[in-house]
Design a protein. Structure first.
Length: 255
């Protein structure tokens, strides 16, 4: 069975999509079959892959139609390595509509069980909230990576997310664990960022791994604009090497 990984933080703008896309590409580059699921109604991952969310929505080929319209996830996969299950703005309705579903937090888990054996890794990009879609994701995955910028406002949501994870572990997904907190858009020369990083280590470091972080780089924005990845644009850059290293560490989960 494949390893399912959520990229989650209810704070927006912290690098969730960048992490989901580049971690998926890094895992694919080291001979893994990878699927990315865009579970965010903003559909940034879908656009990053070069697809138009509005067209895919018209064709009923986005995640919404698996969660609420009885389509299988397999019917939505856009082939490639990494492959993609896209999203669109229609996904914003899912939090409300899922509330009327029996066992509403388990819908994605049921759907995901049909395809987990087809992939080595499944990376799920989540919305910047803890709504029902995100709860569905956390109820379905094996582990979670929490990206965050090293700014106080961006780390304030981590305690609530960790509390939610604890409840999900207790109530329905005991295998779920936090793989680590990943600082993103890091400028190592900024004194304030170093202080926030040290604060993360003090507060969470005894129970949760704090990764060294992904340095700020214009190549990430350039690769997004080109619907590409930093591995194609600047394969020897520090950002590319950092995501390769994170991918290598995830391989331990397959053993």
């Amino acid at each position: 069975m494949g390893i399912a990984i959520a990229i989650a933080n209810q704070k927006g703008g912290v690098g969730k999509t960048t992490t989901a896309v580049h971690l998926a590409h890094a895992l694919a580059a080291i001979n893994n079959k990878v699927l990315v699921i865009d579970a965010d109604h903003q559909a940034n991952t879908t656009v990053y892959f070069g697809y138009d969310p509005d067209i895919l929505e018209e064709e009923q080929k986005t995640l919404y139609f698996a969660l609420l319209k009885e389509k299988s996830l397999r019917d939505l996969i856009i082939n490639g390595n990494p492959a993609l299950i896209p999203s669109s703005i229609l996904q914003a309705q899912a939090d409300i509509e899922l509330a009327s579903e029996p066992f509403s937090s388990e819908v994605l888990k049921e759907k995901l069980s049909d395809i987990k054996q087809d992939f080595d890794f499944i990376i799920i990009d989540t919305s910047p909230n803890l709504g029902l879609v995100t709860i569905n994701v956390l109820s379905s995955v094996d582990t979670i990576i929490i990206p965050t910028k090293l700014e106080k406002l961006d780390t304030r949501g981590i305690p609530q997310l960790l509390s939610t994870i604890t409840k999900i572990q207790r109530r329905g997904n005991p295998r779920l664990f936090v793989f680590g907190i990943l600082p993103t858009q890091v400028n190592p020369t900024f004194t304030l960022e170093r202080a926030v990083f040290e604060g993360l280590q003090i507060r969470y470091g005894t129970s949760t791994r704090i990764f060294p972080g992904i340095n700020r780089s214009t190549t990430f924005g350039q690769s997004a604009a080109m619907s590409s990845s930093v591995f194609q644009l600047a394969p020897e850059s520090p950002g590319a090497r950092a995501y390769y290293q994170l991918a290598e560490e995830l391989l331990c989960l397959k053993n």
